[in-house]
Design a protein. Sequence first.
Length: 221
Amino acid sequence: MSEPTDEPQRLKVVVADDQAAVREPLAAVLGMSEDIEVVAAAADGAEVLAAVAAASVDVVLMDLRMPVMDGIETTRRLNEEHPQVAVVVLTTFADDDSILAALGAGARGYLTKNAGRQDILRAIRAAAAGQSVLDREVQDRLLATARARPPATDQALPPDLTPREREVLTFIGQGLPNRAIAEKLFISEATVKTHINNLFAKAGIRDRPDAVRRAIAAGLA
């Protein structure tokens, strides 16, 4: 009788980039991590969808500029057809249109190709856990865009949010993870998660990127 193993289940990842010189080394480097299994390396969005249909996939690491089907449309298709699959964008583009389009399509993370291996691994793990990671440059761009707009009102948010829920949304809009929010507010991470669940339910917020957008629209970030 074989002994049971405590080996953790590896995250199944698809790497998507139209440049083989980027795609193949990235897949190899990620595959060296004990908790990551790269199940496919795709050159375009059509190949991503085929890979997800053929295997159990947790996260797609997605380039934006690809032939046949670009990263935005592929992310939108995945969000509609395979909502259990998280998308982390990894791209050279950090302009407002690209960032907002990717987050609007359902991406949970957005990194530029300046990100290091540990940053990418952290984003993949966070996305698989339902959390969001935004590159510092991306956060700065979103905040700069929000501050350049005329002052917003709270009409984008329901009136029954508690002061604490508004605080939590503010910190989410600033890109802080749950642990950092807990430290800021001197509460536990479990309490932060409770506030987030209540906030999302009241405001009809789908996920963390959606919360970032709503915080910016309401002038909280």
